[in-house]
Write a new protein. Structure first.
Length: 155
């Protein structure tokens, strides 16, 4: 499979919303899914309760809240990774889970209530198991008949 189409993105968004509700008891208002290279990005809007958003205004509480949500995320990451692999046909290599802050950094207070999850997937493959990059490299080498002269290097 490997290709992430609109249907896959909808399935991933639905799954992410359900997972967030199961982890916290609070569903996000909206889940956006995007692919950037091999990175699958899930943005969960209004993922925090009103109480959590109020707590996040205190820097100390915000750090504790972020640690709490990181632990919740890690406790369900195996199931999420399995579902991503099932839907996309690609394995997850590593994950990142952060909460967007009022200052737009990804470190402290989750004042906006937006949670960002990033999954680095294995490179997209074609049916013979070769990654697309390897296939393109092979095609480029095959087209080189040895008669081409590289341009002179500037010194």
């Amino acid at each position: 499979m490997g290709i992430i189409d609109r249907d896959c993105m909808k399935q991933l968004a639905d799954f992410a919303g359900v997972q967030q509700q199961m982890r916290t008891g609070h569903p996000p208002k909206q889940v956006d899914i995007a692919m950037a290279g091999n990175a699958l990005v899930m943005v969960l809007h209004d993922a925090l309760t009103a109480g959590e958003q109020n707590l996040s205004k205190d820097p100390t509480a915000a750090i504790q809240l972020q640690a709490f949500h990181r632990e919740l995320f890690l406790s369900s990451s195996n199931r999420t990774e399995e579902e991503i692999a099932r839907i996309t046909g690609r394995s997850v290599l590593e994950t990142v889970n952060e909460i967007e802050t009022a200052s737009k950094s990804l470190v402290y207070a989750p004042a906006t209530g937006v949670m960002i999850q990033v999954y680095m997937l294995t490179p997209e493959s074609n049916p013979d198991g070769d990654t697309l990059r390897n296939k393109l490299d092979s095609i480029e080498r095959a087209e080189d008949d040895g008669l081409r002269v590289p341009p002179p290097k500037d010194h």
